[in-house]
Design a protein around this ligand. Structure first.
Ligand code: ZN
Length: 309
């Protein structure tokens, strides 16, 4: 939503609090102490951030179990920050957020963004991708060397013996053709110290895809696991990038590659540096934004994730 829409919807702190309370407790609540159920919302007029239990007379914060719990900042700031994260195509840096909100501390802005990403990460796709999906991997982090992701991979493989000494982190991405929904996972090392193994790639597909989907891949050997009979009956279609870039036969991985382009513009252009430690959170942010880009309910979806215990 635009600044004016936001201003109209949340003209003051009370409006922001009421919105959060109404959303979180729409279906009543259980007392955390005695466990009894309350159908309505019991708040005093003065201490509006406190909920009551009529049974055991205890009180607790309306923000308990939300990403806002214990915050000293206005809830309006939080909601505005969440809106900014959604509307900023490539993401928003902590520096920029600090300026937008007029915050004193950079650390506070950074922490706020981390918590918003944490909420975004709660959105999961479990075995819902169907028909045709595309899978591809890319390397993120450090300085971009070449624009072509495949050349990059080869460079990493040759010079860094993959994973050893490379400053970049491999990320696996899956995109469903029909809906354009994406799922991206940082490829961690397995017990043998390997990344991007066939099993790892298969497991990423297994989590998000229904049985029997057609999987578009490039020629990377890790995908050869899909050529064999597999428990999910996935069918692999191999894309030869040296021959068929635009034959119009639907054999391509352009969809997931365009997602990598957005990710890289964001990581290098906005965030400048993303450490391995935090990489997954950033990927969750890029996925959430893309998966909600055409929805009117992106803001509501994010609020719901933020308040879910
Ligand atoms: Zn109680």
């Amino acid at each position: 939503m635009t600044f004016f829409e936001f201003q109209k919807r949340f003209p003051n702190e009370g409006a922001a609090l009421n919105f959060i309370v109404a959303t979180k407790y729409a279906n009543g609540y259980y007392c955390p102490k005695c466990g009894c159920f309350h159908k309505g919302i019991y708040r005093s007029n003065k201490r509006t951030k406190v909920l009551h239990c009529n049974n055991c007379k205890s009180e607790f914060s309306v923000l308990a179990g939300t990403i806002f719990e214990g915050t000293h900042l206005d809830l309006r700031m939080w909601l505005y920050a969440m809106n900014l994260v959604i509307v900023a195509k490539k993401g928003i840096s902590a520096c920029q957020l600090q300026r937008e909100l007029g915050m004193k501390s950079y650390k506070g802005a950074w922490r706020m963004l981390q918590l918003i990403r944490q909420a975004m990460a709660k959105e999961e796709y479990n075995e819902v991708f169907e028909a045709v999906v595309e899978i591809d991997e890319t390397y993120v982090g450090g300085k971009p060397r070449k624009s072509n992701v495949h050349t990059e991979r080869e460079t990493n493989e040759k010079h860094n013996k993959r994973g050893r000494g490379t400053s970049k982190t491999p990320v696996i991405g899956v995109k469903e053709r029909n809906t354009g929904k994406v799922h991206a996972v940082v490829a961690n090392y397995n017990d043998e110290g390997k990344q991007l193994t066939g099993k790892q790639l298969f497991n990423v597909l297994k989590k998000v895809c229904k049985d029997g989907v057609t999987v578009m891949t490039d020629q990377y050997s890790g995908y050869n696991i899909l050529d064999k009979e597999n428990e999910k009956n996935f069918i692999r279609v191999k894309v030869d990038h040296s021959v068929t870039y635009s034959l119009g036969d639907g054999k391509h991985t352009n969809g997931i590659e365009s997602f990598w382009a957005i990710v890289k513009r964001g990581v290098y252009g906005i965030y400048h540096h993303v450490s391995v430690e935090h990489m997954q959170k950033y990927m969750d942010e890029f996925c959430f934004r893309l998966n909600h880009r055409e929805c009117d309910d992106a803001f509501e979806s994010l609020v719901n994730l933020a308040i879910a215990a």
